[in-house]
Design a protein around this ligand. Structure first.
Ligand code: ZN
Length: 851
């Protein structure tokens, strides 16, 4: 039968829950919700549920007559909600109002409805508040003993209904509790306790919490109203509706179970009445079943209220929660914190671009159901903010804060849902919702499509997480010949692979652009020369190398700096492999036999095999094709030979914040953990590991072509150290990223201070790390020029920031401040250049908060 059902007070605590339940049948019945409040969100919700909302008061007789006269069912929930709990809180004015709404309002309804209409009415256990001794399982026929205005009015209503001759059902509710959006109901004991527990607070238990209370979950109360409505045979009855009777202390203990951080504090005061409980036998006999329990409800409230999603990120990408996979496929959930009233379904073709805009007020939420994008975004409130990119895959939700410009480049045919609160119209572009802001053009889109990396270079995993973005940057070693020469900018950011723990760049720039003409000659540095002399002596001794027989290859041999010590000690069979033409030529001129080219499958045919020792210092980071390089190295090695790799150590980068080690030539950032995972895949073993101090901290590993090689303690110990540090946790990397951004803020502040006190600031040294740091900091005009020891760099310019590089003789005034950019040679530089200036500052010192 189609019924006309009216819910009074439908926006309240129980009413909201009841409407939710009726939304399931609102297509079948005619449902009217009446409330004297108007909460637009909830009203909107009710209307979307196909229910009629009437903004009105039950004291309005005409209105009640109009709507109630042919109603089949009335859930009469309306009443004054803020009621005094003690005598001292009471006032005559408030008491009169409670009485008026309760009695006159109810009478209006009784007068309007027919004799067939079922009126379901909530009363309360509080009608027994006058009972002075402890009483358990009070039955429905026990005489009421109201004291305060609220219980008095409820008792009066009960009588009114009984005497009306109409079809009524009274539900005497225990203390109703449970999660709801209605903040008015925080003062109910289990709700209050859960709220305090969600904030790790202290629960005060008066009289040691011995008072008992009959309680009932909100959802079961709403269910019971509907159950009574559907049970046509239940007429002119009164039921107690309670589920659990617990002491206050027992409720507190449930809270403590779900959040052990809270404190329970008992007081010893006596209270006059330890409470009473109602029997629920009668309602259970009708067949009604309670489905919820206090334990679940308290857990739900604590969970929902303790979620402190203070996300400071301008954007973030979320994987779904509660992921469920079976042979049919996958389910994952994304909980949103705000209501969504519009969903855009957007299909995009591979290779196209969308957005190039920002939202002044709204958070952008896009749920990707198919395909993949490169997302580009930039904070518009902070004008110096770097431009950041990242990959978003199918199944992920991308959330971008307001006033952050964003663009999507589609790398596959893609479908996503745009989830919006508020209008989203193509017509109102440029007004409140969406403002155009083109910051990625076609050329940049093509560049991203050509160089972006979607898989881990070491293990192939496709789900990489961003560690830090240093914005778009030029190629660090490609100095400009003229100040206004054009240079390409590429995203410079590091991603982390949760599978093999390798850190790596998000893009791969064509190596020919970086390594074919290399200006960095290792032998320029005394420190490096000494490092390789020492290393050669160690290797000759440890590996028992033979001057006449041993064949030694150095990969990425530069100008021969690592092989020269072997040559000097009489070794005959040495070979360098170096892709930079100018460096290979220089090495060959100096009698260090060098093959000009990359070590790859094509070139390996031209290289003699059977090496006893293969060195690869500071090149393993430089390889985009790791697998191929490792395979080639192993092919060149003889059976008993050793590979020694020296590479910048990620642990130092993370600990010392040496983010300026990050540049496009360094594709990979290694820990022993990730190196070990990598080499395990080949038939080889890292059997020894050492930390060395070049490049601000490096790691040296020894590899044999035999899986059975005994692994020395040094390997086990460093692996353990790394694990303890958190090398396998994304959180470690995320924190590093946050600290790097703090450094940027400090440097910008400090360089401004410095510029005020010193007219001219000169930089010392133009290594690649200076390009990274200066571009990331956004320092250009603040530094007048840079001096360099390496003649090849003179009269060139740092790309991006365009600072000129000059000879030292250009420094004419000792009052100038010299900022040492090649900070790893700081001591050397100030010792050898005291005649240049009275003020040397290490760029690293500008990174701290207090200069
Ligand atoms: Zn990986």
């Amino acid at each position: 039968m189609r019924k006309k059902i009216i819910i009074t007070g439908g926006l309240g605590y129980i009413g909201t829950e009841l409407c939710k339940i009726y939304s399931g049948v609102s297509w079948h019945h005619h449902i009217i919700v009446l409330d004297n409040r108007f909460i637009s969100e909830r009203v909107n919700q009710i209307r979307n549920w196909n229910m009629e909302f009437i903004h009105g008061d039950i004291l309005d007789k005409d209105l009640v007559n109009k709507y109630f006269k042919n109603a089949d069912v009335v859930h009469h929930l309306a009443g004054v909600t803020s009621v005094p709990r003690t005598k001292s809180e009471s006032s005559k004015e408030q008491d009169d109002k409670i009485k008026l709404v309760a009695e006159e309002g109810t009478q209006n309804i009784l007068n309007a409805i027919s004799n067939e209409c079922k009126l379901i009415f909530p009363s309360t256990h509080v009608v027994y508040e006058g009972i002075s001794e402890v009483r358990k399982d009070i039955k429905e026929d026990e005489a009421t003993q109201p004291v305060l205005s609220y219980s008095s009015s409820k008792a009066a209503n009960e009588k009114q209904l009984r005497d009306s001759g109409k079809n009524y059902v009274i539900l005497r509710l225990g203390s109703v509790y449970g999660y709801s959006n209605d903040t008015m109901r925080i003062d109910i004991m289990p709700n209050l306790f859960s709220k305090i527990a969600s904030q790790n607070g202290t629960l005060k238990l008066f009289a040691a919490g011995r008072q008992i209370k009959s309680m009932v979950p909100l959802v079961d109360v709403a269910r019971c109203f509907k159950f009574i409505e559907e049970s046509d045979h239940i007429k002119s009855e009164l039921f107690n509706i309670t589920k659990d009777t617990l002491t206050v202390k027992e409720v507190a203990q449930i809270c403590k179970k779900h959040n052990p951080k809270i404190q329970l504090r008992e007081t010893n005061d006596e209270i006059p009445n330890l409470g009473f409980s109602l029997s629920n036998k009668k309602i259970l006999k009708t067949g009604f079943k309670f489905l919820y329990n206090i334990d679940q409800n308290i857990k739900e409230m604590i969970d929902k209220w303790s979620k402190q999603n203070l996300i400071k990120d301008l954007e973030h990408v979320r994987d779904g929660e509660n992921i469920f996979v079976d042979r049919r496929g996958k389910i994952s959930n994304h909980e949103l914190t705000e209501p969504i009233n519009l969903i855009g379904l957007i299909d995009s073709k591979r290779g196209t671009i969308r957005a190039n805009h920002y939202h002044p007020q709204q958070e952008q939420k896009c749920l990707f159901t198919k395909g993949q994008i490169i997302e580009i975004f930039q904070d518009l409130i902070n004008p110096e903010a770097p431009k950041v990119t990242q990959v978003v895959n199918a199944g992920q939700l991308s959330v971008i804060k307001p006033n952050v410009a964003h663009t999507m480049v589609f790398t596959k045919d893609t479908t996503f849902l745009n989830l919006v609160r508020g209008e989203r119209d193509h017509e109102n572009y440029g007004i409140t919702h969406t403002v155009k802001h083109v910051f990625v053009d076609e050329k940049e889109k093509n560049l991203l499509l050509s160089c972006y990396k979607f898989n881990c270079r070491s293990c192939g995993n496709t789900d990489l997480k961003r560690v830090v973005s240093l914005g778009y940057q030029p190629l660090a070693n490609n100095l400009l010949n003229k100040q206004n020469d054009k240079c390409e900018l590429y995203p410079l950011e590091v991603n982390y692979c949760e599978n093999c723990h390798n850190c790596q760049l998000s893009v791969s720039v064509d190596p020919k652009k970086m390594f074919s003409n290399y200006l960095y000659t290792s032998s320029t540095s005394r420190v490096f020369r000494e490092h390789f002399i020492k290393a050669s002596k160690k290797y000759i001794k440890d590996l028992k190398l033979n001057k006449k027989k041993s064949y030694i290859i150095d990969i990425g041999s530069n100008d021969g700096v690592a092989l020269k010590p072997f040559l000097d000690q009489g070794f005959k069979k040495i070979l360098g492999i170096e892709p930079a033409k100018n460096l290979a030529k220089l090495a060959n001129k100096n009698k260090i036999k060098t093959f000009n080219g990359f070590l790859d499958n094509k070139n390996i045919k031209k290289i003699r095999k059977g090496a006893d020792l293969i060195l690869a210092s500071n090149v393993f980071a430089h390889s985009d094709k790791l697998q191929e390089m490792a395979e080639c190295m192993l092919k060149l090695l003889n059976k008993r030979g050793t590979i020694i790799i020296e590479v910048q150590y990620l642990m130092n980068t993370l600990k010392d914040l040496t983010f300026d080690n990050i540049y496009h030539e360094h594709y990979n950032y290694w820990s022993l953990t990730s190196l070990n995972n990598f080499f395990k895949k080949f038939d080889s073993t890292i059997f020894r590991a050492e930390k060395v101090d070049t490049h601000g901290g490096s790691i040296r590993v020894y590899i044999k072509k035999d899986k059975k090689t005994k692994i020395e303690n040094s390997v086990k110990q460093i692996l353990k150290e790394e694990e303890k540090f958190g090398i396998k946790k994304f959180e470690t990397y995320k924190k590093f990223g946050e600290r790097v951004y703090k450094v940027r803020e400090n440097v910008r502040k400090n360089i401004e201070k410095l510029k005020k006190n010193s007219k001219t600031i000169v930089g010392y040294g133009a290594p690649a790390k200076a390009t990274t740091a200066l571009n990331f900091f956004g320092i250009s005009k603040e530094i007048d020029f840079i001096v360099e020891d390496n003649k090849l760099k003179h009269n060139k310019f740092i790309p991006g920031v365009k600072i000129p590089i000059k000879e030292k003789s250009q420094i004419k005034n000792k009052k100038n401040t010299i900022v040492v950019l090649a900070w790893n040679f700081y001591k050397d530089i100030i010792e050898n250049n005291s005649e240049l200036s009275e003020n040397f500052i290490n760029i690293k010192d500008l990174e701290s908060n207090n200069l």
